[in-house]
Design a protein around this ligand. Structure first.
Ligand code: ZN
Ligand code: ZN
Length: 344
């Protein structure tokens, strides 16, 4: 944790800021170790203070050895304000509400408060060894669940039953909870990239997109498989094949120093050759860790560069309206030597 605090202090110095007020729980967890659901943190050149309420007194003491802990009674802002000294502006995370920002800037006075964008999120994009292990553990829960789930995929079973079955299996495999609402999109529903679960019963010949992940000790996994019930109908098999090809095309370009936009372009180019690129309606992938979607964003508009220690998904998809769809999503760790797939 101390290394992370030092990296944050360097980032604050570069921006000429007095300190940072943290309100996003994933960032607070990253810097302090505290895994509770409510709290704030203040970090400046000499102090690191976690401000939370009485419910978390014991938990905070156990989890945040290197931080001072202050318990607030009624108004966290009054407690926070006591730490917001010094002549330079204070940084505040973007997720603050307008009302919170207003009260805070009143409390700070002349030095003022500025939005810090994704300062801590940028640090979080490069994972340490402990984080990689935690992500692997979250992936292992999902993969173990998937194995025993597959025999459930039969004609007559509903999407809702399948999603519940997979969620149950992830938790019995050791997950704290599903990382997000599991997607089971069957037959024509597979044409919607983020379809909601329905009571539709699976039919022979359906293509089914299953997008699922487990959350364990704060870290997440995220995997998508497209499977067919019996012999796939119409263009389903062709599309699934093209998506796999696009995945391989993107994966083969992964190495340190490559602009992430190149990966998205590679997948798109592959689909273009099959006349399908206009049906690839989302970006190629996203970083994953304490949040399911975090930095880097693997979009063609992205300006980031691949670096060792990044963990991200690669998930091209093709969606034919009212007909069918396919998506293939794997989690990839980039090491100095190259990419490693964590979700197999
Ligand atoms: Zn997913
Ligand atoms: Zn994803």
């Amino acid at each position: 944790m101390l290394q992370r605090v030092e990296a944050t202090r360097r980032a604050l110095d570069e921006r000429g800021l007095e300190g940072l007020i943290l309100i996003k729980m994933e960032n607070i967890r990253y810097l302090t170790g505290f895994s509770g659901d409510g709290g704030y943190a203040v970090i400046d050149r000499s102090r690191t203070v976690l401000v939370t309420d009485g419910r978390y007194r014991e938990q905070a003491r156990g989890e945040t050895a290197e931080w001072d802990i202050t318990i607030y009674e009624r108004d966290p802002l009054k407690t926070l304000a006591a730490y917001l000294t010094g002549g330079r502006p204070w940084g505040l995370e973007d997720t603050a509400t307008l009302a919170f920002e207003k009260r805070l800037s009143d409390a700070i006075g002349e030095a003022g408060v500025v939005a810090t964008g994704s300062m801590v999120e940028e640090l979080r994009a490069i994972k340490g060894p402990g984080e990689i292990e935690a992500i692997q553990a979250a992936a292992a829960c999902a993969l173990q669940a998937w194995k025993s789930f597959l025999p459930m995929v039969q004609p007559g079973v509903t999407e809702r039953q399948l999603a519940a079955g997979l969620d149950y299996r992830m938790v019995t495999a050791g997950a704290d909870r599903p990382a997000f609402d599991t997607i089971v999109a069957s037959g024509p529903n597979a044409s919607m990239p983020h379809a909601g679960i329905t009571d539709r019963e699976l039919r022979e010949g359906d293509q089914v997109i299953v997008d699922f992940g487990a959350s364990k000790n704060g870290y997440n996994s995220d995997i998508t498989r497209t499977i067919a019930v019996g012999e796939p109908r119409g263009r389903a098999a062709e599309i699934a094949g093209a998506v796999r090809g696009a995945w391989e095309a993107a994966f083969s370009r992964i190495e340190p120093g490559v602009p992430v936009a190149r990966l998205d372009e590679a997948a798109r180019k592959h689909l273009e050759a099959a006349g399908l690129s206009e049906h690839f309606v989302h970006s190629l992938g996203h970083g994953i860790g304490l949040e399911v979607h975090e930095k880097p964003s693997l979009s063609r508009f992205s300006v980031e560069t691949l670096e060792p220690g990044m963990v991200f998904t690669v998930e091209p998809g093709v969606y034919l309206e009212e007909e069918t769809g396919a998506r293939h999503e794997e989690m990839v760790l980039l090491t100095e030597e190259g990419p490693v797939v964590l979700s197999r």
